[in-house]
Design a protein around this ligand. Structure first.
Ligand SMILES: NC(=O)c1ccc[n+]([C@@H]2O[C@H](COP(=O)([O-])OP(=O)(O)OC[C@H]3O[C@@H](n4cnc5c(N)ncnc54)[C@H](O)[C@@H]3O)[C@@H](O)[C@H]2O)c1
Length: 256
C-alpha cells in the first residue's frame, strides 16, 4: 500500500467502497473515521473491526461536517488521507426526474465534496502532506441517457477536483480523481429502482476491491486521474476523440 500515514477519514463509510476501504485500512493498522447519514450502515462497517470510529454526519450540512472533522482530529490526530465517497444515484430522463431530487443529488454528490474539502484540506496543506481521494465516476466523464442528473454531479466533482489539484500542485498533498465504471455496490440498486440504462449492462460489473487497488497503484505512480480498468481508460479516450460515435451507439442500445 502506497500509504504511510495513520489517520484516515472516509465519507460514505456506511456502505460500498467506503466500507471496504475502511475495513482494509483498519486491517492494515490505520485509525479510520467514517461519516455517513446511515447510522446502521456505519455500525455495521465498524462491527468486528477495531480502529474504525464512526460519526453520523449529513455531508450536505457544512457546519456539521466542520464540527465532526474537528472531533476526528481531536480524538485521532491530523487526517493523513481522505476518501470522499458519499453519494446518491437516482436515474431518470432529465424531463422526468423531479427537480427536487436532482438538487438534492447535487447537494450531496458535489456540495458534500465542497464541505469536506474545506474542512480537511487546509490542514493537509499546512502539514505539506496527505492523500486527497475524490470519487467522481465514468458517468462524469462519459454521459449516457437516463443518467444525466447524476452525470452532471459527477462532472462537477471531476472539474472541482481537477482544479483543486492544480491550485495546490506544489503543496505536497497527493490528489486522485477516481472514475470507476459500473461497480458492484448497493449504489446500483438506486439506479435499478429508478431508470436503468441498457448501456450500463454492456460491460461487466467491476469488483469494488479493483477500484481501491487502482487508487493505490495510481497514487504511487503520481497519477491524478484513476481509471480503474481498461474499459474506463478506453471510454475516456473515446469521449475525447469520438463523442459522436459513442452517442450513436447509445441511441442504438437504448432504442430511442
Ligand atoms: N458503484 C458504482 O457503480 C460507482 C461507479 C462510479 C462511481 N461511484 C462513486 O463511488 C462512490 C462510492 O459509491 P458506492 O458505490 O460505494 O455507493 P454506496 O451507495 O454503497 O455508498 C454511498 C454511501 O453514501 C452515503 N450517503 C448518502 N447520502 C449521504 C449524506 N447526505 N451524508 C452522508 N453520507 C451519505 C450512503 O448512506 C452510503 O452509505 C460514490 O461517490 C459513487 O458515486 C460508484
Amino acid at each position: 500500500m502506497a500509504f504511510e500515514g495513520k489517520i484516515v477519514l472516509i465519507t460514505g463509510g456506511g456502505s460500498g467502497m467506503g466500507r471496504l476501504a475502511a475495513r482494509n485500512l483498519a486491517a492494515a493498522g490505520k485509525e479510520v473515521a467514517i461519516f455517513d447519514i446511515n447510522a446502521a450502515g456505519l455500525a455495521e462497517t465498524a462491527t468486528g473491526h477495531t480502529g474504525i470510529h464512526h460519526w453520523v454526519v449529513d455531508i450536505t450540512d457544512g457546519e456539521a461536517v466542520h464540527a465532526a472533522v474537528r472531533e476526528v482530529e481531536d480524538k485521532l490526530g491530523p487526517i493523513d488521507r481522505l476518501y470522499n465517497c458519499a453519494a446518491i444515484m437516482p436515474f431518470g430522463k432529465l424531463l422526468e426526474q423531479k427537480a427536487e431530487v436532482m438538487h438534492t443529488m447535487m447537494a450531496i454528490n458535489y456540495g458534500g465534496l465542497v464541505h469536506i474539502t474545506q474542512a480537511v484540506l487546509p490542514n493537509m496543506i499546512a502539514r505539506g502532506k496527505g492523500d486527497f481521494i475524490s470519487f467522481a465516476s465514468m458517468a462524469g466523464i462519459l454521459p449516457t441517457m437516463l443518467t444525466g442528473g447524476y452525470s452532471a454531479t459527477k462532472a462537477a466533482v471531476a472539474f472541482f477536483t481537477e482544479t483543486l489539484y492544480h491550485e495546490n500542485i506544489n503543496s505536497g498533498v497527493r490528489f486522485a480523481c477516481v472514475c470507476p465504471p459500473t461497480t458492484n455496490t448497493p449504489l446500483l440498486d438506486q439506479g435499478r429502482e429508478t431508470a436503468w440504462p441498457k448501456m450500463l449492462d454492456q460491460g461487466s460489473l467491476l469488483d469494488p476491491q479493483d477500484v481501491l487497488n487502482a487508487i493505490e497503484r495510481d497514487l504511487e505512480k503520481g497519477k491524478f486521474w484513476v481509471f480503474p480498468n481498461r474499459d474506463s481508460s478506453i471510454g475516456a479516450l473515446m469521449r475525447r476523440w469520438a463523442p459522436g460515435l459513442i452517442w450513436k451507439q447509445i441511441h442504438k442500445v437504448e432504442g430511442f
